[in-house]
Design a protein around this ligand. Structure first.
Ligand SMILES: Cc1cc2nc3c(=O)[nH]c(=O)nc-3n(C[C@H](O)[C@H](O)[C@H](O)COP(=O)(O)OP(=O)(O)OC[C@H]3O[C@@H](n4cnc5c(N)ncnc54)[C@H](O)[C@@H]3O)c2cc1C
Length: 456
């Protein structure tokens, strides 16, 4: 891992601050710390490397004009600029390694337009609020991370990958998943650039190193009355088989297929009484009229329904926070890690992708290899006409050496890894996007001020 330089206050900061006019800012130590963090502490490695890093000033633009002014002032005074959405990234993406200004985008959260099949939104809009706006129009976002309640669309595009909806719609980097992005350059006279179709990949998963994303145009899905189910299965293998069968059943509209080892429900206080001890769990979001079809497939493989929530109660849990359980997606993807860390603080995680066609065999091998040290949950996705199974396995952390040994064993079994223990964009394994991001950076951020230290 690369060491970080000792932080010194950005030299041009005072001159910049004097020219901000009436723009809202945060400069108290607590506020600076709060707006300089994300969830990097999921990783013991990043926790050591990033703890204590903070911005010198947080600005909260409320209009495009204010955003342009801050981009211009950072360029004029050569002050580092790190863009921040909801601050829910996992790898310190939004941590300003070299201080300077953090720009909080959540004040730029409007809907630009909604048309059949597509919508355009400001980048600071929270994903849950976008779906709230779309619902009366009969549309919804195809994908959202399990952090839908906090994360912004811009942060999802610049820092996320996929999540709820990926079992049907694949990932953000897949063709057609993003229609266009508007980007503001960081220059003395900032320019708005429209990146359409493949061009948008230049800023996708780029951690905000090459332009401030201001608006995003996304494809939409027809709204479905999502219902929620939790199934219990006698073994992880049976649960994983169901995950495959349900994901492959294209005639059943679904938004989430998440399979969990039997040791996971006891770590989650509210799920513990619901899932029988020792049983594997499958969390499913399925269109209400087809819930019975999903249940029948589970019964064929030995699964039983242990929790059932119909629409509109499932929707109320997501949008109004009502009900005995959180929306079920908040127990999946990297929320599972969050609960596991609460239960066992020495827990961390990896990001594993199983080899297509050999998922269950490799899962069997790995589950047997590690005992309680590595516990799997599987997130099913559908991409390029086939099923992809990825996992964010829970790892009981002891030492970095042992973590590296675990990684080697996982790779030797035939699975691929993306490293969640690095803040560097060029060290993140399969998540690198096939687009000229560095080249676009020279164009959009000629002084190399944006989120410095994340990309060489
Ligand atoms: C419990 C938990 C569960 C999670 N589950 C998922 C999941 O299911 N799927 C998934 O993909 N991720 C997941 N994540 C990671 C993260 O929540 C998502 O990627 C989320 O979309 C990030 O959005 P944000 O607004 O919080 O971004 P931030 O954390 O604020 O920023 C992320 C990155 O994007 C950059 N950025 C933000 N806004 C802009 C902008 N307007 N222009 C340019 N750059 C910008 C930031 O500089 C930073 O580098 C999870 C994280 C946690 C803690």
């Amino acid at each position: 891992m690369q060491a970080i330089d000792v932080q010194a206050p950005a030299p041009g900061l005072e001159a910049l601050r004097a020219q901000l006019g009436g723009m809202a800012v945060i400069s108290d130590p607590m506020g600076l710390r709060r707006k300089s963090r994300d969830f990097f502490w999921f990783s013991p490695v990043l926790k050591t490397e990033l703890e204590g890093r903070h911005a010198d000033l947080v600005v909260l633009p409320k209009t495009r004009e204010e955003l342009v002014r801050i981009a211009s002032l950072c360029a004029i005074h050569r002050v580092p600029l790190t863009v921040r959405g909801g601050g829910t990234g996992n790898y310190g993406q939004a941590v300003p390694l070299h201080g300077g200004v953090v720009v909080d985008m959540t004040g730029l959260a409007g809907t630009v337009w909604i048309k059949p099949g597509a919508g355009r939104f400001e980048a600071g809009a929270k994903l849950i609020d976008i779906d709230r706006t779309l619902r009366p129009e009969g549309w919804e976002m195809r994908l959202h991370p399990s952090t839908r309640a906090q994360a912004t669309l811009g942060g999802f595009m610049a820092g996320g990958a996929g999540g709820i909806g990926s079992c049907t719609w694949g990932q953000l980097a897949d063709p057609g998943a993003v229609i266009a992005a508007q980007v503001l350059t960081v220059e003395e006279e900032p320019r708005f650039i429209e990146l359409r179709d493949r061009e948008a990949l230049k800023v996708l998963h780029a951690y905000g190193v090459n332009g401030i994303i201001t608006e995003i145009e996304m494809p939409l899905a027809a709204w479905q009355p999502w219902a929620e189910r939790i199934f219990a299965f006698p073994t992880l293998a049976a649960a994983a088989r169901y995950g495959q069968v349900l994901t492959a059943a294209e005639g059943i509209a679904k938004k989430l297929v998440s399979v969990h080892d039997g040791r996971i429900p006891p770590m989650i206080r509210r799920l513990k009484p619901i899932v029988p001890a020792g049983q594997a769990m499958v969390i499913v979001m399925v269109s209400q009229p087809q819930a019975t079809a999903a249940e029948d497939l589970a019964a064929d493989l030995g699964g039983t329904v242990v929790f059932s929530r119909s629409n509109p109660d499932a929707e109320a849990a997501a949008f109004e926070g009502t009900g005995e359980l959180s929306p079920l997606y908040e127990y999946t993807w990297n929320h599972t890690t969050l609960y596991a860390i609460k239960a066992l603080p020495e827990t961390t995680y990896l990001q594993v992708r199983f080899p297509a066609g050999r998922e269950l065999e490799v899962l069997d091998t790995l589950a047997a290899a590690f005992g309680d040290e590595v516990i799997f949950h599987l997130e099913f996705q559908r991409r390029f006409g086939r099923i992809f199974v990825s996992s964010l396995p829970l790892v009981r952390f002891t030492t970095l050496e042992r973590l590296n040994e675990i990684i080697a064993i996982v790779e030797a079994a035939g699975a691929a890894l993306a490293d969640p223990h690095t803040y560097r964009l060029d060290g993140a394994g399969w998540k690198q996007v096939d687009a000229p991001q560095s080249e676009f950076r020279r164009f959009a951020d000629p002084y190399g001020l944006m989120n410095p230290g994340k990309l060489s």
